[in-house]
Design a protein around this ligand. Sequence first.
Ligand code: ADP
Ligand code: MG
Length: 448
Amino acid sequence: MSNYSKNSLQLIWQKTLEQIQTGAFFDTSIFHSYIADSKLYDISNNSAVVLTSTFVSQQVFEKNAQIIENVLSDVMETPMKVTFCQKKDIKDYSEMNEESKKIILEDKLLDKYTFDNFVVGHSNRESQAAALSCAVNPGEFFNPLFIYGNSGLGKTHLLHAIGNYVKEHSPEKKVIYIYSEDFISLIVNSIRDKTIEEVKRIIEEADYLLIDDIQRLKQGERSQEIFFNLYNNLFAKGKQIVLTSDIHPTELKGIENRLISRFTSGLSVGIDSPEFETSLAILQKKLEERNEQILIENSVLEYIATTYSNDVRELEGNLNKLIFKAILYNPPIIDLDFAILAFKDDPNHKSPGNLSVSKIKKAVCDFYGLTRTQLESKTKTTNVSNARHIAIYLCRKHLDMPFAKIGAEFGGRDHSTIITSYEKVSKLIKEKEMFASAVSKIEKKLGF
Ligand code: ADP
Ligand code: MG
């Protein structure tokens, strides 16, 4: 458990007691009644835990803590801090309750989340690269690594991917993955069961400490105190710490400033909603993993990717829903008509009836991989202006908006510019097949 074997701890304490005795710091009878039968329980970094046999001997030690610390520092040849506990207050892990054992001793890593099946795109490139770097070079570059982003964007996936990578490439390394609410229960339970010292020792042995959803740590100051110490000890030993949260570390509420400043001292990376191409690639990957004998037209995946791209969990959930309906109704192929019918009760479902300018803009941006600001800007690069012309065309065609109003929606352009865009697209659709097909794909995603 500790960096020191039981034998070494015994030897160190024997030497310390000898020096205390020869130094005549205590009356002989006091030494024999209260000091002599103590034990050195653990040394970790520069702190030691000494076990005393009774409450009175604990008091004697605490009153004379400075002497004990000085002598132990001499023996260890380094400054030491000492805490004193009664023997009866320390139990080993065999006495931990079942819930705590599960949290701390069981392998929590889910095999299904790996780097291999994590689709990388613009929205998550940085967090994936940082996570991989921590898996390969622990404690070296980014410590701690703090990954933040909305729910359902792949933070937990990356945390498990780190753990699974280490398990595969360095099986001798110890990885602890803890969901932060479990961490709180663990601390609360083990304080109650008097196994907290044991829990601390187990955690401090970890080479990787992966804590998920750290924003939930806020309840319980005692757990923050313990976390703070564990964190410092692991960090001092160069062990890799990775944390995830649904908000940026500086926005964490109810977490002490000294912890927040530690969280931001390494690298904080954000993870965003996937853009259209990444959403599509994720859907293709998930479908591939399921190994279903179901034919799904690509336009259907494109439709799901456009409609649900804010959250990967939702994206996946809707793919599952579609597959479930396909199993139920057994169509020869899943095409757009089948998909639209399958999602018809969904509030996000796009039907021509609830079309809006902003939905048109989103569909066009997703298709061309642009941001809304780019679409509305004055940029004249072919890609951006084609996208803008198409969005304008669709607003006129499907929403029947006055040209001037469309102009106001697109960065305050005057109505003649809008007419030019509309006419340009109408002409290109007739003349260029590729162009016509792009417009029709976007229309399909909008539910036409
Ligand atoms: P978070 O922890 O950010 O709330 P999760 O890691 O639980 O999100 O991800 C939700 C689901 O989305 C998981 O099934 C995960 O596998 C999947 N997912 C998220 N991002 C990706 C990605 N880039 N590639 C593949 N699957 C992803
Ligand atoms: Mg998560």
